[in-house]
Ligand binder design. Structure first.
Ligand code: NAD
Length: 352
């Protein structure tokens, strides 16, 4: 391993890593626990054919840290964790492998709580759940909170209302133009919510069928995938890939605000400064897309999961967003710095 693991843990402020291997099934997993200061470390299981252990390790360190900030920004009593399984989900993801992984999660005794992520599905998590109680996001009929995407879309909408209030002095989105990049699970639901709010929509997706169906449903205008990012609009909503906003793309944007669900949409932290310099109001992705984890957190309620309660909790993203945008303005920071500062203040308050 080329990476100096302890130096990386210290640099990122991670509590620890758990390497699990099961030669009988080929299961090789790394579980990253970034923080349990506010509660058990929650985060999904990413199954990918990483080219090296180092690559998997870097991913788990980065993603688990991001989960801490997401949970803290959402004000949840949860910490941040993430797991990776080094395997090709198309060929190597057997029930036996998933069960071996479930035993690894169980061995951590609830310090880490898992969920689905890239490469893993809800049915996979049902197999994992045969070996451990520490699984979230199961179907509602199995006692879980189901697909988080509708809650994520509601949260993005709440963040958009807050951004509108901050920029234009009214939270009303009626008549506003929104360009959505990616109309998958989150983007399509967001399009429905925005259409109902009276927005004029433009949508782009590499999957033409996804575009066709949302155009038919909402009256959105279809835009070529390579043009959707640069559409002239009030709000750009990236809901597809990460790392799309960088030194090359930001100067070409023609929006007033960026509010979307895509994880890690900035290539790096300097891109928050670039957006600010371009007079574009950026709602940090981990704030805008916190609806999914807020929905999952409702599973821990003593009375069990309830969608009605989850929606009320998700709508608090509005107030969090306004607080972050206002703090950024009054403290002369960019919005990413203000969101990280809010999360860090909640972490230090919890650690005393
Ligand atoms: P999804 O896979 O259902 O949808 C993504 C869509 O983007 C697909 O329709 C895909 O065809 C499209 N796409 C891919 N590349 C594209 C490109 N270059 N240009 C335009 N469209 C492209 O995923 P999702 O669950 O809707 O998640 C969307 C984003 O939100 C991801 O970044 C995800 O990590 C993030 N996110 C999702 C949730 C959730 O609850 N699902 C929660 C938090 C964050």
């Amino acid at each position: 391993m080329g990476i100096r693991v302890f130096d990386e843990l210290d640099r990122g402020g991670h509590e620890g890593l758990w390497f699990a291997s099961d030669p009988a099934t080929g299961m090789r997993s790394i579980i990253g626990i970034h923080s349990t200061v506010r509660g058990p470390a929650l985060g999904g299981t990413r199954i990918l054919p990483y080219r090296s252990t180092d690559e998997a390790l870097i991913d788990v360190l980065r993603l688990s840290r991001g989960m801490t900030y997401k949970a803290a920004a959402a004000g949840l009593p949860l910490g941040g964790g993430k797991a990776v399984i080094i395997a090709d989900p198309a060929t190597a993801k057997t029930p036996e492998l998933l069960k071996a992984y479930g035993r690894a999660v169980e061995s951590l005794g609830g310090t880490y709580i898992t969920a689905e992520d890239v490469g893993s599905t809800v049915p996979d998590m049902e197999i994992v759940a045969t070996q451990t109680r520490h699984v979230t996001g199961l179907p509602i009929e199995s006692g879980g909170s189901g697909d988080p995407s509708p809650a994520t879309a509601h949260g993005v909408l709440a963040a958009m209302h807050a951004a509108a209030e901050f920029i234009w002095g009214s939270a009303d989105l009626d008549g506003r133009s929104v360009a959505i990049q990616g109309v998958g699970k989150v983007g399509s639901e967001l399009a429905r919510l925005l259409a109902a709010a009276g927005c004029r929509l433009a949508v782009g997706d590499t999957n033409p069928r996804a575009v066709e169906s949302i155009v038919a449903e909402t009256g959105a205008r279809a835009v070529a995938t390579d043009a959707i990012l640069y559409e002239e609009c009030d709000i750009l909503a990236p809901c597809a890939l990460g790392a799309i906003l960088d030194a090359t793309t930001i100067p070409r944007l023609r929006c007033v605000a960026v509010v979307g669900s895509a994880n890690n949409m900035l290539l790096g932290p300097d891109d928050a400064t670039r957006l600010e310099a371009a007079s574009i109001t950026y709602v940090p992705d981990f704030v805008a897309n916190g609806g999914g984890i807020i929905n999952i957190a409702e599973e821990f309620h003593p009375n069990g999961y309830s969608w009605d309660r989850a929606v009320v909790a998700v709508e608090r993203i509005h107030d969090t967003t306004l607080e972050i945008l206002s703090r950024a303005r009054s403290e002369g920071a960019n919005t990413l710095q203000a969101a990280e500062a809010l999360a860090e203040s909640r972490l230090s308050a919890a650690s005393v």
